[in-house]
Design a protein around this ligand. Structure first.
Ligand SMILES: [Zn+2]
Length: 262
């Protein structure tokens, strides 16, 4: 079968120019005693994978659901997870697979451009690809599948999968979800706190660089790292908390284009 897929993988390269934003020592200093490993995560609350019309449902001869729209329409990860495949795939032209934190796997096919690569961390709503018609396809659409695990060979009904996670098809990306501006954090053991204070409860610890959507920012406790200090904190709705802007991979202390939290 012809595989004239494009190889326009555009890696979301880290664009940090300030080494000062790698506050490893500060992170260590700020780190509290080790926390227990999180329990196996419950099913996540889904984000809409793509806007469009459902042109083919799930049936015996079709393991997923097709969402059609114009070429280039953004495709989003439905939930938090790790990219386990991103590349050419027979029939799909190109595909992306994401293993979610609840153990399930989502699969995206036919895109003309992929924006993530294997081992990238994504959130629900992370822009991962642009819709195309690569591989065995008669027009631009997203072929979306949901699997119970990485070893599953037969997809489950993706409409039911999404509905169980709060999204009905067709859907609108960002509608009622957690939109914002996409950034990536730096460092290991970065704490997400319930408020913009260093004594606020830790709601999540980021083990490594993590893509995050920031919907607003505000002033709070001053955080010092590597000779720099910053009192701005970024609100990450997906985590329900704030991370000091010093741990956001951006040269500016106050993130451009991000509004002030109310
Ligand atoms: Zn399909």
């Amino acid at each position: 079968m012809p595989l004239n897929h494009r190889t326009s993988v555009r890696v979301l390269a880290a664009t940090a120019t300030a080494a000062a934003l790698i506050p490893l020592t500060a992170v260590t200093a700020q780190a509290a005693p080790a926390e227990a490993a999180p329990a196996k995560a419950a099913a996540y609350t889904a984000s809409c994978p793509a806007a469009g019309r459902v042109t083919q449902g799930y049936h015996s001869g079709h393991d997923g659901v097709d969402i059609a729209n114009t070429r280039g329409t953004p495709i989003y990860s439905t939930g938090p997870g790790t990219v386990i495949a991103s590349g050419p795939a027979s029939g799909y032209g190109q595909w992306i697979r994401i293993r979610h934190d609840d153990g399930t796997v989502t699969e995206y096919g036919h895109m003309y451009e992929r924006l993530v690569r294997v081992n990238d961390r994504v959130n629900g709503g992370t822009h991962i690809a642009r819709m195309g018609s690569e591989g065995q396809s008669t027009g631009p659409h997203l072929h979306f599948e949901a699997h119970s695990s990485t070893s599953s060979t037969r997809g489950m009904d993706p409409v039911a999968y999404l509905r169980a996670r709060g999204v009905g098809l067709p859907c609108t990306p960002g509608g009622g979800g957690t939109p914002g501006t996409n950034f990536t954090t730096w460092g290991t053991g970065v704490r997400v706190r319930a408020d913009v204070r260093l004594n606020a409860a830790v709601v999540r610890t980021l083990s490594g660089p993590t893509p995050v959507y920031v919907d607003c920012q505000k002033r709070g406790d001053l955080v010092n790292a590597e000779g720099y200090s910053n009192d701005a904190w970024a609100h990450i709705p997906a985590f329900g908390g704030y991370v000091s802007n010093i741990y956001i991979d951006h040269k500016d202390a106050w993130l451009p284009g991000v509004p002030t939290c109310p």
